[in-house]
Ligand binder design. Structure first.
Ligand code: SF4
Length: 449
C-alpha cells in the first residue's frame, strides 16, 4: 500500500534550521545533532577526521573497521604530494563478524606490525570506526605498545562514526596533529614564517598560495595538512603566524596553537579575487614590513591585470543567473557568496554541514531578502529549495551532484574530490570558467524542467 510520506520540511524540528532572509528574524539553529528521520548530508566523525588527516603524505593511514569505511583509496581525493605517495593507499583491518564477536585487537596488532615492517613509516594513524567504538578495542593501549616496539609514532584517531558529527571529527584530527607537532621544550620563533591551516592541496592549491607568499617574502613552514609530512609538520611551532583557510576544520587547531605556542592567527580566504586580494593585504599588514607590503601590492597589481578582465568577460555571460550553495563549512559558503557576486550572480539558497553561529550571521548579512539559509540539510530540502528558488546552479560536493543533475541544474564540485584548483587568482578564473561552462551549456535546453 502506498503511504503518504511527509515532506522533510514538515518535520517540525527542522524548521529551526531553515531561515528565509526578510521573513524570519530568529537566529538559525546550527551545531546541533542531526534530526532522526532526516537523511542528513553531513558526514560522520571518522570522515571528518580522515578528510583532515589524509593529506599527511608519508603517514600510514590504517582504518580499524569494516572495509566499507576505508573508501578513501587511491586518488578518490584530489590532494597532491611533492614527496611520498604512501597516503594514497587506504589500509584496513577489514573487520568481519568473527572479529566483532571476539574482538579486533589481535588483528589490529598484526596489521600494524606488517605495515611497520613493509613501509617503515615515521608515523602511523590508526582510525577507529563505529563498530570499534561498540566492541571497545583499546586503540590507545595497542598504539602505545606498537610505538615502543617499532620506534615510530603510532597514534590512535578516536573517530567512531556515531560519537558525534563531522565537526567532532575535525576536532579529533586536530588533537592528533597537536600530538604530532608537540615539542618537549620551547622553540625559537622565526620571523616571516607562517603555517597555512585548512588547505588540503587539492589539485596543488597550497602550492599556488605558497608561491604568492614566497614572492611576498614570507616562508610557509607547513600547510595543514596539504602536502605535509611528519618532518614538515614538526616545524609548525616555530612559525610567527597561523593563517586559516578552512576555519571549520582548523579553527580549533589555531586556538590550541595560540594557547600552547603563543602563535597568533588570522582567518583568511583565497577563494575569489576580492577575498584573495584582501587576505594577501592582511597577511602583509600583520608583518608590518615595507618590503613585504610593496611586493604584495606589485603581486596584486600584476595578477589583477591578468585575471580582472577574465572575470569581467564571464560576468557578462552570467549576469542575473541564480546560484545555490551547499558546502561543508560556513567560511567557504561566505567566500562563495562573494565570488558569485563578482560574477554578477544572485545566491538564492545557501547551506552548510557544519557552519557556526557567527558564520551564519555573516551569511545573513551578505545575502538578499528572500534567500533561503539552511543548516545540515537533507536531499529533500535541497531539491525543494533549488526548485522553489529557481536556482540555475548548485555548488556542493559529490553527494549533491546527482541531486542537481536529476533536477536538470548545472553543478560545480567544490569538495575534496576535484582535480582542478579553485584557490587564488588563477583558481578564481578556473571557477568562473567552470560556472560559465556548466550554466551556459546547451544541454539544459533539451531538458523538460
Ligand atoms: S558512520 Fe561508521 S560505519 Fe559509516 S563510514 Fe562512518 S565510521 Fe564507518
Amino acid at each position: 500500500m502506498a503511504m503518504n510520506q511527509p515532506d522533510n520540511f514538515d518535520i517540525q524540528e527542522r524548521q529551526k534550521s531553515i531561515r528565509t532572509k526578510g521573513r524570519q528574524s530568529q537566529p538559525i539553529n546550527c551545531q546541533a545533532d542531526s534530526i532522526a528521520g532526516c537523511v542528513s548530508q553531513r558526514a560522520c566523525v571518522y570522515c571528518g577526521a580522515r578528510v583532515v588527516l589524509n593529506p599527511v603524505t608519508d603517514a600510514v593511514h590504517l582504518v580499524h573497521g569494516p572495509i566499507g569505511c576505508a573508501s578513501y583509496t587511491w586518488d578518490i581525493r584530489g590532494s597532491l604530494s611533492s614527496g611520498s605517495d604512501l597516503f594514497r593507499y587506504s589500509f584496513s583491518t577489514d573487520l568481519r563478524e568473527e572479529d566483532i564477536i571476539f574482538g579486533g585487537e589481535r588483528k589490529l596488532t598484526r596489521c600494524i606490525d606488517e605495515l611497520a615492517e613493509r613501509y617503515h613509516p615515521q608515523v602511523m594513524l590508526v582510525y577507529s570506526t563505529c563498530i570499534v567504538g561498540v566492541i571497545g578495542d583499546d586503540l590507545e593501549a595497542i598504539c602505545r605498545k606498537a610505538s615502543l616496539q617499532h620506534g615510530i609514532k603510532v597514534i590512535p584517531v578516536q573517530s567512531s562514526g556515531f560519537s558525534g558529527n563531522k565537526s567532532d571529527g575535525y576536532r579529533v584530527a586536530c588533537e592528533v596533529l597537536l600530538r604530532m607537532i608537540a615539542t618537549p621544550e620551547d622553540v625559537p620563533r622565526q620571523a616571516h614564517h607562517l603555517n597555512y591551516l585548512g588547505d588540503f592541496n587539492l589539485a596543488g592549491e597550497a602550492w599556488i598560495i605558497r608561491g604568492y607568499l614566497q614572492e611576498m617574502g614570507i616562508h610557509v613552514n607547513v600547510a595543514f595538512t596539504g602536502d605535509s609530512s611528519y618532518e614538515t609538520l614538526r616545524t609548525a611551532p616555530t612559525a610567527s603566524l597561523n593563517i586559516i583557510q578552512c576555519a571549520g576544520s582548523m579553527g580549533y587547531m589555531a586556538k590550541r596553537m595560540q594557547e600552547i605556542y603563543g602563535i597568533p592567527f588570522l582567518n583568511i580566504s583565497f577563494l575569489g579575487l576580492e577575498d584573495t586580494v584582501e587576505s594577501l593585504r592582511r597577511i602583509s599588514a600583520f608583518f608590518g614590513d615595507p618590503l613585504i607590503a610593496s611586493r604584495t601590492e606589485a603581486l596584486i597589481q600584476r595578477e589583477m591585470a591578468i585575471y580582472g578582465p577574465t572575470i569581467q568577460n564571464y560576468r557578462r555571460r552570467l549576469q542575473g543567473k541564480k546560484a545555490a550553495i551547499f558546502v561543508g563549512g560556513g567560511f567557504k559558503a561566505i567566500s562563495l557568496i562573494k565570488q558569485f557576486r563578482e560574477l554578477g550572480m544572485e545566491v538564492v539558497m545557501v547551506g552548510t554541514q557544519t557552519g557556526q553561529p557567527e558564520e551564519y550571521d555573516t551569511i545573513h548579512q551578505l545575502v538578499s531578502d528572500g534567500t533561503v539559509v539552511l543548516d545540515d540539510a537533507n536531499p529533500s530540502e535541497l531539491e525543494r529549495f533549488m526548485l522553489e528558488q529557481g536556482a540555475d546552479l548548485l555548488v556542493g560536493g559529490v553527494k549533491e551532484r546527482p541531486l542537481a543533475f536529476k533536477l536538470g541544474r548545472a553543478f560545480i564540485d567544490h569538495n575534496h574530490e576535484r582535480k582542478h584548483p579553485l584557490s587564488g587568482f588563477t583558481g578564481a578564473a578556473n571557477f568562473a570558467r567552470e560556472v560559465e561552462e556548466t550554466v551556459c551549456s546547451p544541454v539544459w535546453k533539451y531538458l523538460d524542467k
